[in-house]
Design a protein around this ligand. Structure first.
Ligand SMILES: *[C@@H]1O[C@H](CO)[C@@H](O)[C@H](O)[C@H]1NC(C)=O
Ligand SMILES: *[C@@H]1O[C@H](CO)[C@@H](O)[C@H](O)[C@H]1NC(C)=O
Length: 363
């Protein structure tokens, strides 16, 4: 064979060129890491972070008009002769529209709506008492609302070191408020954020069946900005408790059991752009607002219509496969099926939560 591939090409790169390439590439990498450090760290999450221990997923059975007796039996539980009382416990921030949606949705099943709000956020930013000043929107629940206010002295805000301190204080105040609301052993207690809404049939299952694990996480379908942008089923922090005197209000991992497909979690689902901006600065993700322009109303409006990330971050995933699958904007959904009934019934009022409603009004 006469033909021989040229063997020596790789060796022929002149050292001067290599030096030049390094001279150019190294600063580019450094600049990249400097400006996109978080993105690089997030992209490499599968290498440095481990996922939380897995849950045991309980299958969840439901169809319209199937008897409670049959539904309890399918879960391996038994029907009670009368329903348990249900208490809905919320530490409220500023999600006033979702609160109305939530309470309208759960209204027929809840004995007491227990709500705590403060004039400062966990991170020590003063806030108005949004719930107290909107009480007239909740006439439909009159007589069943137990509203507590936790005042935080302005002097404390400056010395506040750890947001965890204020959060713990909120949770202690919540425990007291629940007792004041008359909760007792054997009642169902929902612990969740305002935007984590259990579905009515989930509540009915918990109040009508015996044999439910005493502490049960609720797996919620996660949405961003509105029900037009379904993300995944990653939401797990909401819990349902069979209350006893040792029950303490929390919003973290509390058991290994999770009930599948138990409701909705709508993040940043606000009517007004300024509410989104407040949430971005005032809550636990405040450190992610790395540039002033992140709060620009036109920028926020553009991003929420595209389903893009407000903080210019990558998804929090623990495998490269999931991470790459979820990169880029959230695909739009045109379905408004299997959403809260209170949303469909009040579609005009809550247009911004429905497909096609991404353009926010001005207050
Ligand atoms: C629901 O069940 C009731 C009684 O079992 C029955 O009369 C009714 O027709 C059912 N409705 C639907 C929509 O299936
Ligand atoms: C919260 O309310 C209390 C009581 O009205 C008040 O003394 C305190 O200064 C307020 N805190 C903030 C951060 O506005």
């Amino acid at each position: 064979m006469a033909f021989r591939p040229p063997r020596s090409t790789p060796r022929r790169v002149p050292p001067r060129f290599l030096f030049l390439a390094i001279l150019i590439l190294v600063p580019i990498c450094l600049i990249g890491v400097f400006f996109h450090g978080r993105k690089v760290t997030y992209f490499l999450r599968p290498l440095w972070d481990t996922p939380p221990p897995p849950f045991e997923r309980l299958p969840h059975y439901y169809a319209e008009n199937v008897s409670m007796d049959h539904l309890c039996q399918l879960h391996g539980w038994s029907l009670r002769s009368e329903p348990r009382q249900v208490f809905d416990g919320i530490i409220f921030n500023n999600e006033i529209d979702l609160l109305e949606l939530r309470w309208r949705e759960l209204n027929p099943y809840i004995s007491k709506f227990v709500i705590l709000e403060s004039n400062a956020t966990f991170t020590g930013i003063p806030k108005p008492l949004v719930f107290t000043s909107n009480l007239d929107r909740f006439k439909f629940a009159e007589g069943r609302i137990v509203n507590g206010v936790l005042p935080v002295p302005s002097s404390r805000l400056k010395s506040l070191k750890d947001p965890f301190d204020l959060e713990a204080e909120h949770r202690r105040a919540m425990n007291g408020l629940l007792r004041r609301a008359g909760i007792s052993t054997g009642d169902v207690l929902i612990m969740s954020d305002t935007d984590e809404i259990p579905s009515p049939h989930t509540i009915k299952l918990l109040q009508w069946c015996d044999g439910v694990p005493p502490v049960l996480h609720l797996e919620l379908k996660h949405y961003m900005y509105s029900f037009e942008f379904p993300v995944d089923y990653s939401s797990w922090r909401a819990t349902a408790h069979n209350y006893n005197s040792g029950t303490h209000y929390r919003h973290s991992r509390q058991s290994d059991f999770i009930l599948s497909d138990a409701g909705w979690h709508c993040s940043f689902c606000f009517r007004y752009v300024h509410e989104i901006a407040f949430k971005m600065t005032a809550y636990s993700h405040a450190d992610r607002v790395r540039r002033r322009e992140f709060l620009n109303p036109e920028r926020i409006q553009k991003l929420i219509c595209r389903g893009d990330d407000l903080f210019d971050m990558l998804p929090e995933e623990y495998s490269f496969q999931e991470l790459i699958k979820k990169m880029g904007p959230i695909p739009k959904s045109a379905s408004a099926v299997h959403l809260p009934a209170s949303l469909i019934e009040n579609a005009d009022k809550f247009r911004f939560l429905l497909p096609g409603g991404c353009v926010r009004e001005s207050p």
